[in-house]
Design a binder for this molecule. Structure first.
Ligand code: MRU
Length: 344
C-alpha cells in the first residue's frame, strides 16, 4: 500500500477568514461534518466550553483568534474583557492561558488604532507556530521508536487537537511513514470517546493500520501482544515534569511501567507551566455526570445514579520515559531536564 505523505494540516478544521472563525464541530464526528461560525470572543469561549473544539493546542489557537475578533473595534478594553471571558472557558489545558497571555502582551504593546490588524497577524502567527511545533515533535519522536512498533495511544492528540498533524498522533504518523510504527491501538477514551470517534477517524483517513480497544483492554493487550510504546499528548506539564492528560492516562502509565513498555508524552512548550510546581496543583476539570451516565443522549445507568466525571488525571514524571517537545527530548524526565531542554 502506498503511504499518504505527511501533510502538515491534514484536516481543515479551523478556518480564519479575517472577520470570523469557522471551526469543525467535533461533537458530531465521525458521523457528521459540520462547521460552527464564531464571530466574537464570546462565540469562541462558548465553542471551547461546549467542546465544539477541543485539544490543548487547538484551544490555545482558537483563543488567539478569539482575541483577534475582540480587537476588531481597536479597543484595548474589549481585548482585556475577552481575555477574562476566554480564560474561564476550560480550566486544565494551559495552552489556553499561554495564548491569552501572549495575545494580551501583543495588545498592550501596540497603539489602539492598529490593534485589529496587529492582533489578527499575531493570531495567524500563533497558529503557524503550533503547526511548526507539531512537525518538529513528530520527527524527534518518531526517531525514538524501534522499527515496526505496535503502539497504544489515548484520547485524541491528533490533527483535530492542534493546528498541524498532532502531537502524539503526529509522532505516530511520522513513525508510520518512516517504518517505525506498524500498528496503532487507540483507547476509546470513556466517557467522551475522543479515541473511538476522533483518533480512529484520523488514523483511518491517513491509512494507518489501527484497531480500537476499550480503555479496560489495555492491560490485557500489553500482557498478551507485543506493545512497544504508549504515546500520549498533554494538557499541562508542571514544573516538576508531572504530566496532566485525559482521564485514563495515569492508569496507562502504571500499566506500561509494569510491562516495561516505554511511555512517551508529546507536547509543545506551550503546554509546559513552570508556574505550577507539581502535577497535584493542576486544576482538574470536572464535567457533567450526564456525560458518564448517558451515551449520545441515551441513559446507560439507573435513573438518579450518581457519577464522577473527572476530565483529566496526572501522571507522575517518574512513570514517563521521555517528553518530546519542539525544542528537544526530555529524558530522564524531571524538572531540571525539562528546564534545560526548554532553556528556562
Ligand atoms: O477534553 P479534551 O478532548 O480537550 O482533552 C484532550 C486531551 O486530553 C489531549 O490528549 C491533549 O489535549 C493533548 S492534544 C494534542
Amino acid at each position: 500500500m502506498t503511504k499518504k505523505p505527511l501533510h502538515e494540516d491534514p484536516i481543515k478544521h479551523i478556518v480564519w477568514t479575517g472577520d470570523r472563525l469557522r471551526v469543525l464541530d467535533q461533537r458530531r464526528l465521525p458521523r457528521t461534518v459540520r462547521f460552527v461560525t464564531c464571530r466574537s470572543a464570546a462565540d469562541v469561549a462558548r465553542a471551547t466550553r461546549d467542546m465544539v473544539l477541543r485539544g490543548a493546542p487547538l484551544i490555545g489557537c482558537a483563543a488567539a483568534y478569539g482575541m483577534a475578533l475582540a480587537a476588531r473595534r481597536n479597543r484595548l478594553k474589549d481585548v482585556r474583557a475577552a481575555s477574562a471571558l476566554l480564560r474561564r472557558a476550560r480550566p486544565t489545558a494551559v495552552n489556553l492561558m499561554h495564548a491569552l497571555d501572549h495575545m494580551l502582551s501583543v495588545a498592550e504593546s501596540c497603539p489602539e488604532p492598529s490593534l485589529s490588524a496587529k492582533m489578527a497577524a499575531a493570531a495567524v502567527k500563533y497558529r503557524e507556530d503550533d503547526l511548526g511545533f507539531n512537525a518538529r515533535m513528530a520527527a524527534l519522536g518518531a526517531a525514538l521508536l524501534r522499527p515496526d512498533s505496535n503502539v497504544i495511544t489515548h484520547c485524541n492528540a491528533g490533527a483535530l487537537a492542534t493546528a498541524g498533524i498532532g502531537t502524539a498522533v503526529g509522532m505516530i504518523r511520522a513513525g508510520w511513514l518512516a517504518g517505525s510504527v506498524a500498528h496503532v491501538y487507540p483507547c476509546e477514551t470513556r466517557p467522551y470517546l475522543q479515541g473511538a470517534r476522533l483518533t480512529l477517524w484520523e488514523l483511518m483517513q491517513a491509512g494507518i493500520p489501527a484497531t480500537l480497544i476499550t480503555d479496560s483492554m489495555a492491560a490485557h493487550l500489553m500482557k498478551t501482544r507485543r506493545i512497544d510504546a504508549v504515546i500520549v499528548g498533554s494538557d499541562r506539564i508542571a514544573a516538576n515534569a508531572d504530566v496532566c492528560n485525559k482521564i485514563g492516562t495515569y492508569g496507562l502509565a502504571i500499566l506500561a511501567k509494569h510491562h516495561r513498555i516505554p511511555f512517551y508524552v508529546v507536547a509543545p512548550s506551550t503546554t509546559v507551566d513552570f508556574a505550577t510546581r507539581r502535577g497535584d496543583d493542576i486544576p482538574i476539570e470536572e464535567r457533567s455526570s450526564r456525560e458518564v451516565v448517558e451515551i449520545f443522549g441515551r441513559k446507560i445507568a439507573p435513573k438518579g445514579a450518581a457519577a464522577h466525571h473527572f476530565g483529566f488525571d496526572v501522571t507522575p514524571h517518574e512513570l514517563v520515559t521521555a517528553i518530546v517537545t519542539e525544542k528537544g527530548v526530555v529524558s530522564p524526565v524531571n524538572g531540571a531536564n525539562l528546564r534545560k531542554v526548554l532553556r528556562r
